[in-house]
Design a protein around this ligand. Structure first.
Ligand code: COI
Length: 354
């Protein structure tokens, strides 16, 4: 058991906070005054330090930048009207982080370092938590291989860090999405369920291609038949058909087990919808659209929260939605914000007090 005494806290004498415009915060552009850092060597994690935010230096042979042994998480902290600070479902991110670590042949991070470290860091920088609606403090835990050697093998040393970014919404407008038939994100047996850096790096070219065609993001499909939906850019995806919400199941290991996805499933059930986690083909989606039963399509994610999709293109067929008439996604989004911002009781026990 690691006690809080292993946390060495050094505070900055030069806070950057006064120079920040808290009403205009693009996603992931600004970082708080402090960061958490701890190294793994000789099979053990060392002293955890919370210190002024600063660059890190490394040798050009650093293993992570050659072979991609790097994983991360995304978590959010909020401040309620009484000034109390909460983190949304951090234990779920902690568990998923270590699932990613195992898949990438990296050491797991002890719960005390991940959870207690996150709480202590958020506490140190709590003045940076935006209080504006839809804004939050985005928490980015990450770990990467630090061996200085270019042989292809698991590193023996690693660095775990947490940085914080006060932020506004990731997608500010309803999205136009392109169902991707050529490029694939994940295959059964691959790393689709892990939050490793490479999954994001390899998505950039297809996403840029989609942008060149006038779309915001891609909807990924299965690698074999190119017709079963997986996930969408940086989000899980939900389709409301009649009174049923359908989202791709996690069974094939090709989809990220989103914490927001899981929360939205609970909130949809609370709203009285049937929820199905299963295989869903583009043919079924197009058929429902043509019949008029496909009511809403939206993405979910920590950064994206709940993002409506106003246009979905598959082959030459374009499905368009009048987002302003929707009820389900706005209701779920409001309920979620109310819980996160402390306007209603957290009946699910999702908030962890700092
Ligand atoms: C998140 O939603 O937290 C993500 O990690 C997605 C993206 C910003 C990479």
């Amino acid at each position: 058991m690691i006690g809080t005494d292993v946390f060495k806290i050094t505070k900055t004498k030069n806070s950057k906070l006064a120079s920040l415009d808290m009403d205009r915060l693009p996603f992931g552009r600004y970082f708080t005054d402090h960061m958490l850092e701890v190294d793994y060597e000789n099979g053990a994690w060392g002293e955890v330090s919370i210190k002024p935010y600063q660059p890190i230096s490394f040798d050009p042979s650093l293993a992570a930048i050659h072979y991609g042994q790097a994983i991360f998480e995304g978590v959010k902290a909020y401040k309620n009207k009484a000034g109390e600070v909460f983190i949304f479902r951090p234990e779920d991110n902690f568990k998923r982080f270590n699932i990613s670590a195992e898949r990438m042949e990296m050491p797991t991070v002890p719960e005390e370092i991940f959870m207690e470290g996150m709480k202590q860091l958020v506490k140190v920088d709590e003045a940076w938590i935006p209080e504006k609606h839809d804004y939050s403090l985005y928490i980015r835990p990450f770990m990467f291989a630090t061996d200085e050697a270019i042989g292809v093998r698991p590193s023996l040393t690693y660095k775990f860090m947490i940085i914080l970014s006060p932020t506004g919404p990731y997608y500010s407008e309803p999205m136009r999405i392109y169902a991707e038939e050529k490029y694939v994100r994940a295959v059964p047996g691959g790393v689709g369920f892990a939050k490793n850096a490479g999954n994001y790096g390899s998505s950039l070219y297809p996403s840029a291609e989609a942008k060149r065609k006038g779309y915001d993001q891609v909807l990924w499909m299965d690698a074999f038949e190119h017709k079963y939906v997986q996930e969408c850019g940086t989000m899980n995806v939900f389709f409301i058909i009649g009174n049923t919400a359908i989202t791709p199941s996690l069974n094939e290991g090709t989809i990220l087990a989103g914490v927001t996805r899981d929360s939205v499933i609970e909130l949809l059930k609370e709203l009285g919808l049937n929820v199905e986690e299963r295989r869903l083909s583009m043919d079924e989606i197009v058929e429902a659209y043509k019949k008029g039963t496909l009511r809403e399509v939206f993405g979910t994610g920590t950064a994206a929260t709940i993002s409506p999709i106003k246009e979905l293109a598959y082959k030459d067929f374009v499905m368009k939605f009048d987002v302003d008439k929707w009820t389900v996604a706005p209701d779920v989004k409001k309920r979620m914000s109310d819980i996160k911002e402390g306007n209603v009781e957290d009946s699910f026990g999702w908030l962890v007090k700092v």
